[in-house]
Each structure stands twice: as structure tokens, then as C-alpha cells.
Design a protein around this ligand. Structure first.
Ligand code: HEM
Length: 510
């Protein structure tokens, strides 16, 4: 190497380093002045990137330690994109709940490169025009869609290729995605997985690729523009575009079919409701809106349900007790929404699974739209980002007692039974669920669905799907892990907690 080569190499590194520093200094992280808020790590801008890398891998643990040290009060963490302020303590939670849309916003974060990190599964629907109406439709029509969900789960379970006797090893993600995608295709487009194998398999492939991409760190390390350019060429995005095109064609053919069908023959699904003018302006762009909704809903429910399935496989002793509850409820009322509503142990089991392993270690992320003064005098300047510590709140022994870190599948159903025994011992109506112990309830101590005015509007649908799928699996199958141990979650960029990847479970027909 001659002196000239050495010189140009040096220049290359110098310019490269300069560009890197510029990018770092230009991130949103350098904008809001949050130096007055305590942080467990370095306070300086450049050195805080060391903490940001630590946070990417150890986020839940770092938040948990800080939660114990700084509660009650706000505490800030350096992430690769910005500082985030985590609120802790009952008083700040209450203040958070009351904040107006003029003070903080969920949708102001849409489009920021770290938005998917905090809303994996929802990043393509939050802030979109029709999604609130879709969620309302699903919530209001739970009884109507119930038989279709049941039929679809039944078809999918029958279609599993398992050994005639004994245990078969299956990939848990494949099983769950298959069930959940089929259910959502049926509810949203009226498509059964048998009639539309091709459509279903495209949906399944797309879902698998999207889910796989959620385990990756790479895009979150890149600045915004480059991350979106790279993302455009990923397999997940390519499949998603094919999926959109297929759905657009399907919607067009439904529009022409509907014109010739008598009203009693129009299928009952979200698409028909949309086309019949279920709400103003839904028709325009409905194919894209519905395909995004299907993928988002399938991802959120599948990721959560995987956590549930892992707990069941690691703790098969719960199966027989839940199975008894399912059989008793169904023998009285048959399979319907009301009988599933009365499966309190099942409800409790899912709620407990998502308490210990909710998909985001921080929840209810908001951008501050004004200089916000908290009751303790702390000012959160315009543009800063705040959130709630879901994982730490869920592990708090003040809320969940001395066994707060242990899985106790019937924790919530026992509390409900206890309530009835203490306060209404002669009331035989213990089948009435108390909202405070129910899966679909959002509260300051249960943040799986977020908190406050933006708490998830799809949680009633999601809860019913998860309960019904679990009930039907319990009735027809035994499930367990080969080694009996639940796999660890994969922490992605501090905030996202994905269920263990490529995990095998053993399953056999009963
Ligand atoms: C197990 C599955 C699901 C989980 C864990 C989940 C969780 C969440 C969370 C944590 C939020 C943010 C709340 C906040 O910021 O305070 C949210 C918002 C939202 N979810 Fe879900 N969700 C699920 C399923 C669904 C389904 C099935 C739908 C639609 C049918 C849906 C529609 C929405 C919408 C539209 C928002 C934004 C609400 C707003 O802007 O006010 N979600 N969800």
C-alpha cells in the first residue's frame, strides 16, 4: 500500500465517521431537553449510546431495576432513536389517564422509524381512517361471528397432519398462525380455508415472513430513510404487496357479485358490512384497509396466543382442570359466546400468560404535544415521548403479591371465586364475570391492552378468539413440551418481547 492509498483510506474513514456523528446528532434524541429527568445510565448525548445498545438487549431488566429505584416518578432511558420517559407510580398513572389529545398523542408517532417497535402488530393500523369502525363492528357482532370462528377452528384442527396415535412434533408458530389466519380470513372476508386454499396459504406465508421480521434488530439500528428503503425490498414486504393485490382482486369480484345477489344471500362478514356502507367513506380504499387489518390482527393475536400455548405446554397439569370447565359450560349451553364467557379459568390462564409475557415491555407510548407539567413539577417538553412500564407493573409485588413473578394460571379466577365467597356467599350466580378479573379489561395494573383513552378497541374480539381456540384445543388434544420447559422470550430493541422462535411442541389427539 503506497502513501496515497493510505491517505485516501484515512479520508474515507474520516468522512464516514463525520457522517455517522451527524446522523447521531440529528436524531430526535438530541432535540428535547430531558436532562432534569433521572436516568440509570450516562447522561451525556454520545455516551448514552452505550446505554442505548444495552437497552436494545436488556430493556425489560433495565426498566425493572429503574422501576424499583425511581418509583414514584418519571425515569428516562436512552434508546437508539431517542430518549423515552417511563412514568411510574399510581399518581403519574392517574395523570397519564387524564391527559387530553391536545397534550399527548398516539398517532403523532405514526411514521417514526421506531413506531413498529412499540406497536408491533399494530403499526399499520393505528391512526388509519377506518380501523376504529372495524374494531367496533367486530366487538358489536361477537355473537354473530362466533359460529364462524368455531367452524373455522374446527376445520383447521381436523386438517392437522398428526400421527394416528401417539405424539407428533409440530412447530408452534406454524400451528398458531394457521389457526389465527384462517379465523381472521373467515371473519373479515367470509373465506373458509377449504374453499380458498391458495388465498389462505398466501396469507399464511405473508404472516410467517412478517413475524420473522419482528425478531430482527437490523432495521431498528438504521436511520429512518434507510430503514424504510431496505424494508421495501424484504421478503415480508414483497409478500405483503402480493397479498394486497390478491385482496384487491377479491374485493372487486365481491363488489360485482353483490350487485347480483339477493340481500339474504350476501355473506355476513366485515367486507360485506363495509361494502353495504356500514359506515361512511369505508368503501374507498377498503381493500388496503382490510388487508392491513387482517395482517395486523393476525399478528397481534398469534404473538399473544403463542405465549399462552407455551405456558400450556410447559404446565400440562392445568389442561385437565380447564378442560372440565369447558366441558361443563358447553354441556349446559352448547358452543356459543355466552358459554365461552363463563370459562373463567380459561380466561384467567390467558390473562396470567399475558401478564407475565405481554408483547411490549412498555405500553401506551405517546408523543408530548405541549410543554407538559406533571404534578411533581417535572416538565416534559414538547416532542418528548412517554410511556408506561407494562412488564414492571405486571411484576410488581405491591399489585400481585409475593408470588408476582411466578406463573399462577388460576390467579384471576381464584380472586373472582374469593370475591363471591366473601361478599355473595349465597349467590349461585358465580358465573357472572367480574370485569376487574377479566382478560379483556384494561387497567393501571394490567397494561397488555394499553391504558386510557387509546386502550385497544379490538381486545374483546382478540380475547374471544384466544379463548375459543384454547377451549377447542383442550377438548381435542393433549399438548406438552418435550423437555417441559418454557422457552425464553426474545427481547428485540428493549421494548418488544417476542415468544421463543422455532419452538416445537408435542401434540396428540385425545
Ligand atoms: C392479542 C391481541 C392484541 C393486543 C395484545 C393488542 C394490544 C394493543 C395495545 C397495547 C394498544 C395500544 C394502547 C395504548 O396505546 O394505550 C392497542 C391499540 C389498538 N388496537 Fe389492539 N391489540 C390486540 C388486538 C387487536 C385487534 C384484534 C384489533 C382490531 C380488531 C385491535 C385494534 C387496535 C386499535 C385500532 C388500536 C389503536 C386505538 C386508538 O388509536 O385509540 N387490536 N392494541
Amino acid at each position: 500500500m503506497d502513501a496515497q492509498d493510505g491517505g485516501s483510506n484515512l479520508l474515507f474513514w474520516f468522512v464516514g465517521f463525520g457522517i455517522l456523528i451527524t446522523i447521531i446528532l440529528r436524531t430526535e434524541r438530541s432535540e428535547s431537553d430531558l436532562r432534569h429527568i433521572p436516568t440509570p445510565g450516562y447522561r451525556g448525548h454520545l455516551r448514552s449510546y452505550i446505554d442505548a445498545f444495552k437497552f436494545a438487549f436488556l430493556g425489560p431488566t433495565l426498566i425493572q431495576t429503574a422501576y424499583q429505584k425511581y418509583r414514584p416518578g418519571p425515569v428516562r432511558f436512552a434508546t437508539l432513536h431517542r430518549w423515552i420517559v417511563v412514568m411510574t407510580g399510581a399518581q403519574l398513572f392517574e395523570e397519564f389517564r387524564k391527559l387530553s389529545e391536545e397534550e399527548v398523542s398516539l398517532t403523532a408517532l405514526v411514521g417514526d422509524s421506531d413506531f413498529p417497535l412499540y406497536h408491533a402488530g399494530h403499526d399499520q393500523i393505528i391512526g388509519t381512517k377506518n380501523v376504529q369502525e372495524f374494531s367496533c363492528y367486530l366487538t358489536q357482532n361477537l355473537s354473530l361471528v362466533f359460529p364462524r370462528i368455531r367452524e373455522e377452528v374446527s376445520i383447521s384442527l381436523k386438517g392437522l397432519s398428526l400421527k394416528a396415535s401417539g405424539w407428533t412434533e409440530v412447530e408452534a408458530t406454524q400451528l398458531v398462525l394457521q389457526l389465527v389466519t384462517a379465523v381472521n380470513h373467515r371473519v373479515i372476508f367470509g373465506l373458509t380455508s377449504i374453499e380458498n386454499e391458495e388465498f389462505n396459504s398466501l396469507g399464511l406465508t405473508t404472516m410467517k415472513q412478517i413475524l420473522a421480521s419482528r425478531y430482527s434488530l437490523i432495521f431498528d439500528f438504521l436511520p429512518q430513510l434507510r430503514s424504510s428503503v431496505f424494508a421495501y425490498f424484504t421478503q415480508a414486504r414483497q409478500s405483503q404487496r402480493r397479498y394486497h393485490t390478491t385482496i384487491s382482486a377479491f374485493v372487486s369480484s365481491r363488489i360485482s357479485d353483490t350487485k347480483t345477489l339477493s340481500s339474504d344471500r350476501v355473506p355476513h362478514d366485515l367486507l360485506s358490512w363495509t361494502l353495504s356502507g356500514g359506515s361512511s367513506n369505508l368503501l374507498e380504499g377498503s381493500a388496503n384497509a382490510l388487508s392491513n387489518l387482517t395482517l395486523s390482527v393476525s399478528e397481534s393475536i398469534s404473538t399473544s396466543f403463542l405465549h399462552v400455548l407455551y405456558y400450556l405446554s410447559a404446565n400440562p397439569k392445568y389442561a385437565s382442570l380447564m378442560r372440565k370447565e369447558v366441558e361443563a359450560s358447553v354441556s349446559k349451553e352448547g358452543w356459543n359466546k355466552s358459554s365461552v364467557d363463563k370459562m373463567h379459568r380459561l380466561d384467567s390462564f390467558i390473562k396470567e400468560s399475558l401478564r407475565l409475557n405481554c408483547v411490549n415491555s412498555v405500553s401506551s407510548v405517546r408523543k408530548v404535544l405541549t410543554d407538559l407539567r406533571l404534578s411533581d413539577g417535572t416538565v416534559l417538553p414538547f416532542g418528548s415521548v412517554l410511556c408506561l412500564p407494562s412488564s414492571s407493573q405486571h411484576l410488581s409485588s405491591d399489585i400481585y403479591g409475593s408470588n408476582s413473578t411466578t406463573f399462577d394460571g388460576f390467579r384471576f379466577s381464584r380472586l373472582q371465586e374469593q370475591h363471591y365467597a366473601d361478599y355473595e356467599p349465597h349467590d349461585p350466580g358465580t358465573n357472572i364475570a367480574l370485569p376487574r378479573y377479566q382478560l379483556a379489561t384494561s387497567s393501571s395494573s394490567y397494561l397488555t391492552w394499553g391504558y386510557g383513552r387509546h386502550a385497544c378497541p379490538g381486545r374483546f374480539y382478540a380475547s374471544m378468539v384466544m379463548k375459543l381456540v384454547l377451549a377447542m384445543i383442550l377438548v381435542e388434544f393433549d399438548i406438552r413440551f418435550l423437555e417441559g420447559v418454557r422457552p425464553d422470550d426474545v427481547v428485540c430493541n428493549g421494548a418488544r418481547r417476542m415468544p421463543g422462535k422455532e419452538v416445537k411442541i408435542l401434540i396428540r389427539r385425545r
